[in-house]
Design a binder for this molecule. Structure first.
Ligand SMILES: [Zn+2]
Length: 310
């Protein structure tokens, strides 16, 4: 059986793959799903890919699926950066001895080329942030904060060898959280050019390398947006928030992802107010599976003594 090869910079994740992961580091949910086909573990509540290339696989698993293949192909691209670095240092070494206009010109061209490449990728990154932010209808201050965070990552040379699409997606995800208007990973993925796995990876990487601490999102933060997406009014929003507060007082939210809790509370509140939304409808809007909504809704209604008449 082939051992899956790792990408540059992913070595620190290696440890994580071998330990038994019990809860999602992102939202604290214990609903982790092992996808043996893709050799990964992801969170059923928030969608974070918690671990990749997990080793306790059945005989059927393939180390290289098509996505990994194409990613590997893309990872090849930044090689040009390395060539540039090498080129410059080599030039500098013999350059001082050799001198001459020819050398200066060559060096200048090299530098300009590097500057152009960096600048081009930076412009592309900003346009990606702008494109996704406007699709997500994010306010200007969040776009600016996201651009600044990208710049910071660039100054620390964290972009090299990584996909700009993945990094910018993760940066938007982080910034929304920091500003108290969290978007789900699923919502980010919908406007992103890359998949959940790539966003998750960039997210974990940036938190680690930039030493960013994001506090777990509160289920309440998701309620207003989800309600308006479901066409539910202020009374239902208030009811859902009340349910969440009661649940958290009774510690029913521990070990549960905030999005699943928000989804279930809205589901219950809507029924109580005579505006039934199906689990499928709530699932479509929140990105939480119907199974999770059902489980949370049962827990909440039973533990909080809420009689839900369908
Ligand atoms: Zn999670």
């Amino acid at each position: 059986m082939a051992t899956p090869k790792r990408e540059k910079g992913e070595g620190k994740d290696e440890k994580q793959d071998k330990v038994e992961i019990k809860e999602c580091p992102e939202c604290g949910s214990k609903c982790l799903i092992r996808d043996y086909d893709k050799a990964e573990i992801f969170c059923a509540d928030c969608g974070l890919v918690v671990a990749e290339n997990i080793v306790d696989m059945g005989p059927e698993w393939r180390a290289f699926d098509s996505e990994q293949m194409s990613r590997r192909a893309r990872v090849g691209a930044p090689l040009t950066y390395r060539i540039h670095d090498k080129g410059l240092s080599t030039l500098t070494n013999w350059g001082t001895a050799q001198g001459g206009e020819q050398y200066k010109l060559k060096k200048w061209q090299q530098r300009t080329h590097i500057a152009n490449t960096t600048e081009r990728s930076f412009i592309f990154a900003l346009s990606e942030i702008e494109r996704m932010a406007s699709a997500l209808k994010l306010p200007v201050n969040i776009r600016e904060a996201a651009s600044m965070l990208y710049r910071k990552a660039m100054r620390k040379h964290l972009i090299r060898g990584r996909s700009i699409e993945g990094i910018t997606s993760a940066i938007l995800y982080i910034t929304c959280r920091q500003y108290g208007v969290p978007r789900t990973l699923e919502e980010i993925r919908e406007v992103s050019r890359v998949g959940q796995k790539e966003i998750s990876r960039a997210y974990r990487f940036l938190l680690r390398e930039l030493d960013i601490k994001v506090s777990p999102a509160s289920p309440i933060d998701f309620v207003p947006r989800f309600c308006s997406m479901l066409g539910l009014g202020g009374d239902i929003r208030a009811k859902a928030i009340e349910i969440i507060k009661r649940a958290s007082e009774k510690e029913l939210t521990n070990g549960r992802g905030p999005i699943g809790i928000a989804a279930a509370a809205i589901y219950i509140a809507a029924i109580l107010n005579g505006e039934h939304r199906t689990q499928k409808e709530v699932s479509d809007v929140t990105g939480v599976t119907e199974v999770t909504i059902r489980n949370r809704y049962k827990e909440l209604s039973e533990q909080l003594d809420i009689e839900v008449l369908l």
